[in-house]
Design a protein around this ligand. Structure first.
Ligand code: 4NP
Length: 159
């Protein structure tokens, strides 16, 4: 069993969608028994809040229905999760600052996106409608590639 935590700033736009898309890839590949995932934010603005309605509406247009309750990253998460996956450089740095016990598998999600290697996932919160589709497409690709990397090249990432 491998546990994966997706992290953004507010935990209402990017990371809950990353969680939902990773889950969909897991289910479609009959790997539900091998993986667990969750999401949280580095900020506390939206604790207990549902995902941003624009993200949810856009995901529904793409056939993905999901929900989540906003959480803030906690010290215990570094013990619970095998992989901590940040949406952008700022979140990665903030996660690294907390990292209490030298967790070594903290990555930016676009490390796993061959179309935009190591870029940030743009924050759609203050942007236009089309930003939500762009984020959906990035996260759909990157979460599938992440799953493949964790599953297929175990030696590389699971050591
Ligand atoms: P997220 O987007 O980090 O993808 O959930 C944001 C959500 C809320 C805020 C910023 C980014 N905010 O400033 O409230």
């Amino acid at each position: 069993m491998k546990k994966v935590l997706f992290v953004c700033l507010g935990n209402i736009c990017r990371s809950p969608l990353a969680e939902a898309l990773f889950k969909r890839h897991i289910e479609e590949n009959n790997l539900s028994h091998d993986f667990e995932c969750d999401s949280c934010g580095t900020a506390a603005y939206h604790i207990g809040a549902p995902p941003d309605e624009r993200s949810v509406a856009n995901a529904l247009l793409n056939g993905v229905d999901y929900t989540h309750s906003g959480k803030k990253l906690a010290k215990e998460d570094f013990e619970t999760f095998d992989f901590i996956i940040a949406m952008d450089e700022e979140n990665l740095k903030n996660i690294q600052k907390i990292n209490p016990n030298g967790h070594s598998k903290i990555y930016k999600i676009r490390r796993f996106d061959l179309q935009g290697l190591n870029k940030d996932v743009p924050d759609p919160y203050y942007g236009e409608e089309q930003g939500f589709q762009e984020v959906f497409d990035i996260l759909n690709r990157a979460t599938l590639h992440l799953l493949k990397e964790i599953y297929a090249s175990k030696k590389k990432l699971l050591r």
